[in-house]
Design a protein around this ligand. Structure first.
Ligand code: NZQ
Ligand code: ZN
Length: 387
């Protein structure tokens, strides 16, 4: 077991109809005015918008709206939110939506407390202050509801970068699985890939790999797979939605990483470039990258790959385990090759250079993941190269 510090300050309120508590939650914390951040249209279609507004009004919470957050949130819209939060002098952010909405809300929380342009924090400026942020989650996938990360795309420079700080963990996140009943089977597949990715990144790259952590990861992966199949069959299966939702939160709230040594988020590093260059859903970027990276890396930590094949699929060798995961991604409807997302093989050079010059350098992984190695991985992401 490696040494660690674990501190997760987010309070979770989980269960049916709990979104109606939002006004009371804010009032209890002395919040008087919020920036109400939401996405394109889903919360209005489902009626959630009306319920949130009712709860805010009943509890005397004033609010200013910042709707229209895009999937893969963009810097220009984030900057508009920062301006609004400053101009209106709000004392908290309330984000209602999926990971994109939550992430933009967190970035606004940082920008609103600074004279610097918000993008500077994504380029490495230390975060020293942020407005408190509160969330109601409508799409379980990213874990943003209980972590200190936010990812935003600068659409001018085509960079998809992240910030990380204890100051942007949500104060309170409300998780009602019923709110996810309307998530489409396609997004459910992407969500499943993302939650699996969050746990297996460290599981496969660890140098100290305690059994407790391995079993936590395997439990999350199995739960995600089992519940996703049930959800695709029956989108209003409450228990499946509930177990999936909590599994996705646990996958990236820090708990699965404690005690591991040596882990890195290499698949995310590559996936963020695919997201930045092609504006694909995050989970779809990951399902293309993961089988290719696993194949490329399997002999560097073979024990973990053997374990994965056996525990998740009952198979005896790593290669079969990787093929089985790829097959499962495909079965639930996620792309598993660059061509599935209409990315031609001639783009591999461009993608490898993009990964190397953006996230690889920022995350200090450029010494291991050189352009040539990234190209090797991306070649394995071409159709039929792992069959
Ligand atoms: O915009 P609306 O109309 O709300 O529609 C959204 C969007 O089109 C829709 N949706 C959300 N809840 C719904 C719903 N549709 C029907 N019913 C509901 N209940 O789903 C679409 C996708 O939403 P989005 O928020 O983009 O998805 P997700 O939660 O997967 O978030 C993806 C973003 O999070 C980042 C990704 O890079 C990407 O930008 N990530 C954030 C992380 C974090 N903060 O810790 C970690 C992750 O690794 C990831 O990088
Ligand atoms: Zn992710």
């Amino acid at each position: 077991m490696n040494d660690f510090e674990f501190h997760n300050p987010t309070k979770i309120i989980f269960g049916k109809e709990k979104e109606n508590l939002i006004g009371q939650v804010l009032k209890n914390d002395g919040i008087k005015k919020v920036l109400f951040v939401y996405g394109q249209s889903s919360i209005k279609k489902t009626g959630l918008y009306d319920r949130v507004v009712k709860s805010l009004k009943e509890n005397g919470i004033d609010f200013v709206e910042h709707g229209g957050v895009k999937p893969n949130p963009v810097l220009s819209h984030t900057r508009e939110g920062v301006e609004k939060a400053k101009r209106e002098n709000v004392d908290a952010i309330l984000s209602v939506g999926g990971g994109s909405v939550l992430d933009e809300g967190k970035a606004i929380a940082v920008g609103a407390k600074s004279d610097k342009d918000v993008w500077e924090f994504f380029k490495g400026e230390p975060i020293t202050d942020a407005l408190p942020n509160y969330t109601i989650l409508t799409l379980a996938a990213t874990g943003s509801e209980m972590n200190g990360y936010a990812v935003v795309t600068n659409e001018e420079t085509q960079e998809k970068l992240s910030i990380s700080s204890i100051l942007i963990y949500p104060k309170v996140s409300i998780l009602n699985p019923q709110l996810t009943f309307t998530v489409s089977p396609q997004y459910q597949a992407y969500a499943a890939v993302d939650a699996i990715a969050h746990t297996i990144e460290w599981y496969f790259t660890c140098s100290i790999c305690p059994n407790l952590q391995n079993r936590l990861v395997e439990s999350i992966v199995k739960t995600v797979m089992e519940t996703t199949e049930k959800i695709i069959q029956n989108p209003t299966d409450y228990d499946a939605r509930a177990e999936f939702m909590w599994a996705a939160t646990l996958a990236l709230n820090g708990i699965t990483r404690t005690g591991y040594a040596g882990g890195i988020y290499v698949n995310h590093m590559i996936a963020h470039s695919l997201g930045a260059l092609y504006d694909l859903p995050h989970g779809a970027c990951l399902s293309i990258v993961i089988p290719a990276w696993m194949w490329w890396y399997k002999d560097k930590n073979r024990n973990q790959f053997e374990r994965f094949a056996k525990e998740i699929f009952g198979l005896s060798n790593p290669e079969d385990g990787i093929k089985a995961l790829k097959k499962w991604f495909k079965k639930v409807g996620a792309p598993v090759a660059l061509q599935d997302a209409n990315i031609p093989s001639s783009d591999i050079d461009k993608i490898a250079n993009h990964v190397y010059n953006t996230t690889a350098k920022m995350w200090g992984l450029d010494k291991i993941y050189t352009v040539d190695k990234l190209k090797e991985i991306l070649y394995l992401a071409l159709r039929s190269n792992i069959e």
